[in-house]
Design a protein around this ligand. Structure first.
Ligand code: P6P
Length: 329
């Protein structure tokens, strides 16, 4: 019988490889997993309880906020506040930084508590995304600027997908591990380790409804994806879930490219650098893929605002390099 490895066991075994580790990061990951189980339970019965639909509020991005967004935000912040490990949280649902405990924690956590929430009412996949940084050393009173660190300084990142099953993916820079929630025992079970993204894929993923707003180079690249060439497995398939975490997870497993470009509609792109693009870029790079803003590596961007946006082209090495060649032409 195949040995089952729980998330708890995997985290402890990984921590034991670092004799100096105090277990704080391990506890942080466990806290996120606990919140994920609670959110998964609510997502999977949202249709029964009165938690679907809009809260009536809108977040400061001007996006209507769904009740599950708020629930997920509360659960994650409550879980992170259980131990003095996290000093600051930056969430898509909060305009400013949220200071936890006495600010003594050594980690800063960015999160999109419920990514793709427009999918809630149609029971399509949604997700939670997290990105973890160290607090600057020897700084007692933290400011928002202490959280403005490039993606290359992430110590861990990952996502949880609430779909046909609940999947948790994370990396601490030692490869990408996937865990599937077994609701009958309430445990995340290791389902895929050291995941590698295909070098090249035949799926492209973007909102083609925005074609008229695109740069000419991107229009040419998408036409390239749609052209007939059996040798390069074109035309590619088009897939778009409307939840970045889910589209990137499919890209991680099947290869290809996910794109949310800058355009005349979104001059700086729509997706957020710090809690959507950087964490998913860390995952994809750790699996052997690339993540670019069309010109340079996403994780090299020096942030100037905790909620800034960026264009993003992320996926298999071959597909992203091909895309970039269209922007360089
Ligand atoms: P559009 C969800 O709101 C999100 O932030 C990402 O998860 C997703 O990829 C994108 O926006 C969808 O945007 O404009 O296609 O609805």
């Amino acid at each position: 019988m195949k040995k089952l490895t729980t998330l708890e066991e995997y985290i402890i075994n990984a921590q034991n490889k670092f004799p100096g580790a105090r277990g704080d990061l391990s506890q942080l990951l466990r806290d996120i997993a606990l919140a994920a189980k609670i959110i998964s339970r609510e997502v999977n019965k949202a249709g029964i309880t009165n938690i679907l639909g809009l809260d009536g509020a809108s977040n400061f991005h001007g996006e209507s906020v769904k009740k599950l967004d708020l629930f997920a935000n509360e659960q994650l912040q409550s879980a992170l506040g259980r131990s003095n490990i996290t000093c600051m949280v930056i969430s898509e649902e909060n305009e400013g930084v949220v200071r936890l405990s006495d600010e003594s924690g050594k980690y800063i956590v960015y999160m999109d508590p419920l990514d793709g929430s427009s999918n809630i009412d149609i029971s399509a996949t949604i997700g939670s995304i997290f990105s973890i940084y160290m607090r600057p050393e020897n700084k007692k009173h933290l400011t928002e600027s202490d959280a403005l660190q490039p993606g290359t300084k992430q110590v861990a990142a990952g996502y949880v997908l609430y779909g046909s099953s609940t999947i948790m993916a994370y990396t601490t820079g030692m490869g990408v591990q996937l865990f599937t929630l077994d609701p009958s025992i309430g445990e995340f079970i290791l389902s895929d380790k050291e995941v590698r993204i295909p070098e090249e894929g035949n799926i492209y993923s973007t909102d083609e409804g925005s074609y008229i707003y695109w740069d000419e180079a991107l229009k040419k690249y998408v036409k390239y994806c749609q052209a007939y060439d059996p040798e390069t497995k074109r035309p590619y398939k088009a897939r778009y879930i409307g939840c970045m975490a889910a589209d990137v997870h499919r890209t991680l497993l099947q290869g290809g490219i996910f794109m949310y470009p800058d355009s005349s509609k979104y001059p700086n792109g729509k997706l957020r650098l710090m809690y959507e693009c950087n964490p998913l870029s860390f995952i994809i790079e750790q699996a052997g893929g690339l993540s670019s803003d069309g010109k340079k590596r996403i994780m090299k961007i020096e942030p100037t605002s905790i909620h800034e946006c960026t264009p993003v082209y992320i996926g298999s090495k071959g597909n992203v390099e091909k895309l970039e060649s269209f922007f360089q032409a």
